[in-house]
Design a protein around this ligand. Structure first.
Ligand code: TYM
Length: 326
């Protein structure tokens, strides 16, 4: 079986975007791949994050993976910082990456525009991510559209390494879901639904309760065209159709047919209900899991042990290839 690797970064609460663009698909894919899923906690340090918030987020994201159906018996599920090889390979990745190519990463450019200060860590973020992927001989990396550029630079670095030092890394392939690769905000559907959002109404969090979900969808922006069609002129309606079809596992076309002759009120309420039906069992499990930190820590430890076995082998190989004495 091919190897699959993916991760989320615990800088905030996971959103419906993270769920539909990533976690929901991982659950299905873990049946067909040797899968490895990480809470990329080291990546969180690239922004100035409160210590307690980070700690809570790590437990919550790990528990969300389990609550959403990622299975520690089938897949390796762990925290990035528990496997020291990530930080070590990241350094090698940094030394192989050109300043110019790292400067072209759009996420970095966006932060540079928006944030008062940006850390060197934020600049080096794609190289840490490249190391994550390459440590595990990964074949496929399922991500949302926003992470594709980082998977591309990972491929470039891996090819460069192989060309310079001989065949070492498997060249991974990024894959995005057919529908749901970019879930947009509810009140501003021209903007990606993001963990870092200031406007709570723009985002559905996995932990939102049913009433909150219903209220946020009720306020979702549509338009005055009065038709339910997936198209550029109707970003709000298109986003709702996307969310509905992702959850129901149907095509956009089928979703349009489903809503034929119905109004925006119905589109919003049925989409809200679909989201509630999907998220509320996860939220319940998540609540239970969060109360059992000992269990979560035990699972983290088991996952890290399995991950380390693979990661240390790769790192040794890399060190040998570049001439370090091991
Ligand atoms: P992060 O935490 O920003 O996002 C986790 C996953 O969710 C996807 N995603 C979305 N998909 C659809 N619509 C949205 N609105 C949306 N928002 C987020 C992301 O594309 C991602 O797949 N750098 C990564 C974490 C990471 C990683 C890795 C991923 C670290 N190492 C190695 C893959 C492989 C990140 O910050 O994801």
């Amino acid at each position: 079986m091919e190897i699959l690797y993916s991760a989320t970064k615990p800088t905030g609460k996971l959103t419906l975007g993270n769920y539909l663009g990533a976690i929901k698909n991982w659950k299905e894919m873990q049946e067909n791949y040797n899968s490895i899923f990480a809470v990329a906690d080291l990546h969180s340090l690239t922004i100035n994050i409160d210590k307690k918030e980070l700690n809570d987020n790590i437990y919550t994201q790990f528990a969300t993976f389990l609550a959403a159906g990622l299975d520690p018996e089938k897949s390796i599920i762990y925290c990035q910082s528990h496997v020291k090889e990530h930080a070590e390979l990241a350094w090698i990745m940094n030394c192989l990456t050109y300043f110019g190519e790292a400067s072209r990463m759009t996420q970095f450019k966006d932060h540079k525009k928006k944030d008062k200060v940006v850390s060197v860590g934020l600049f080096a973020y794609p190289m840490l991510m490249a190391g994550d992927i390459l440590l595990y001989n990964t074949n496929v990396v399922p991500v949302g559209i926003d992470q594709m550029q980082h998977v591309e630079i990972c491929r470039d670095i891996a090819m460069r390494f192989n060309a310079r030092y001989g065949e070492t890394f498997v060249i991974p392939k990024g894959i995005i879901p057919k529908v749901g690769a970019k879930i947009m905000g509810l009140s501003d559907p021209t903007k990606k639904m993001a963990k870092s959002e200031d406007n709570e109404n723009n985002v559905i969090y996995i932990e939102d309760d049913d009433e909150t979900i219903r209220r946020k969808f009720k306020r979702a922006v549509t338009d005055s065209l009065n038709r339910i069609k997936y198209c550029e002129e109707q970003p709000g309606v298109s986003n709702l159709l996307t969310i509905f079809s992702c959850i129901k596992n149907i095509t956009i076309n089928e979703a349009e047919k489903h809503f034929e002759g119905l109004g925006y009120g119905e589109l919003k309420s049925q989409t809200a209900q679909a989201v509630i039906d999907e998220l509320s069992p996860i939220r319940q499990k998540l609540r239970e899991l969060k109360q059992n930190k000992t269990y979560l820590e035990e699972m983290m430890k088991k996952g890290a042990e399995k991950a380390r076995l693979i990661a240390s082998k790769t790192l040794n190989k890399v060190y040998r290839k570049i001439g370090l004495v091991i």
